[in-house]
Write a protein that binds this ligand. Structure first.
Ligand SMILES: *Cc1c(COP(=O)(O)O)cnc(C)c1O
Length: 302
């Protein structure tokens, strides 16, 4: 019998029976009053995992990214990021709409920026220019086919930012994929970044949810911004319970996603109709096909 598997995105994952049971049993309270035990537990757990002081549960990764940037900038500042960065390209112009900042877009090496490249684009102190304030990285890099930064790639960028007085934001929508691929420890990340957005609704299988991590003072301000954006929720602990379940049960199996993605990549690369394929490092496979070749997909995915 033919079985259909939807491979469009890791966002189409659905909660497992175990996750649904955890949600059903969640202890909840009013999170705007900070009284939801499941949300508090999730925020604390992730903050501890990533070596930062506090966390803020958000309805989406777009919101946690945008709150992170807003918390680190003022209008007229500039953010340096990859030209295909989610914060710039896929968040509805939120950087300009919410933070009033401009961007300096860099091509990177398959989306990964390097300190020497960033250094050339830090604006001089001159009224003509916006003030460079934040370097935003994405790990893994979605548009570059899930390319991975290692901590060794990040450390020189963090050192440059430290030296030049710049803040660092991480769009960690797929940070657990990166950690799975490198085998590195999450706790190291807190030393490099001022804010980290972590998504639970991608490969971890949660229906909803992202968490912004940072120092306590940053997250206090971030909570104010979240309220203004309408992201302060009440008994959202049902969603946090899904997140806690995912952290306990779904991280290790990301390796399985990576293994399968690699096989799909190899099979696609062997297909005559595939014009181009990006290296497959994690769970994303990006390939270029000529128009009207979709009917052939059944041949490679029996
Ligand atoms: C999916 C994604 C986000 C967040 O998206 P939401 O759909 O708003 O949760 C942020 N960054 C990257 C790189 C993503 O792929």
């Amino acid at each position: 019998m033919k079985q259909e598997i939807d491979l469009r995105s890791d966002t189409v994952t659905r909660p497992t029976p175990g996750m649904r049971a955890a949600m059903q049993e969640a202890r909840v309270g009013d999170d705007v009053y900070e009284e939801d035990p499941s949300i508090n537990a999730l925020q604390d757990k992730l903050a501890q995992m990533f070596g930062l002081e506090a966390g803020l549960f958000c309805p989406s990764g777009t919101m946690s990214n945008q709150i992170g940037i807003k918390a680190l900038t003022q209008a007229q500042d500039e953010v340096i990021c990859y030209e295909g960065a989610h914060i710039y390209k896929y968040e509805g112009g939120g950087l300009f709409f919410i933070s009033g900042v401009s961007v300096q877009l860099l091509p990177g090496n398959r989306g990964r920026l390097e300190a020497s490249q960033i250094d050339r684009y830090i604006q001089p102190d001159n009224v003509h220019y916006p003030r460079t304030r934040v370097v935003a990285l994405e790990n893994t890099v979605n548009r570059a086919g899930g390319a991975v930064y290692s901590l060794a790639d990040i450390a020189p960028i963090a050192a440059l930012c430290q030296e030049r007085g710049l803040k660092m934001h991480l769009d960690g929508a797929r940070i657990f994929n990166a950690l799975q691929a490198t085998g590195e420890a999450a706790t190291e990340y807190g030393a490099h970044f001022d804010t980290i957005s972590v998504c639970l609704s991608k490969g971890l299988g949660c229906p909803v949810g992202s968490v912004l991590l940072g120092r306590a003072e940053t997250i206090r301000y971030a909570k104010r911004i979240r309220k203004a954006l309408g992201g302060g929720m009440r008994q959202a602990g049902f969603l946090a319970a899904a997140g806690l379940y995912a952290l306990a049960h779904h991280i290790e199996r990301l390796a399985e996603d990576h293994r399968r993605a690699r096989i799909i990549g190899e099979d696609l690369a062997a297909c005559a109709f595939v014009e181009e394929i990006l290296p497959v490092e994690t769970n994303i496979v990006i390939s270029g096909w000529p128009p009207r070749s979709f009917s052939k997909v059944g041949a490679i995915l029996p």
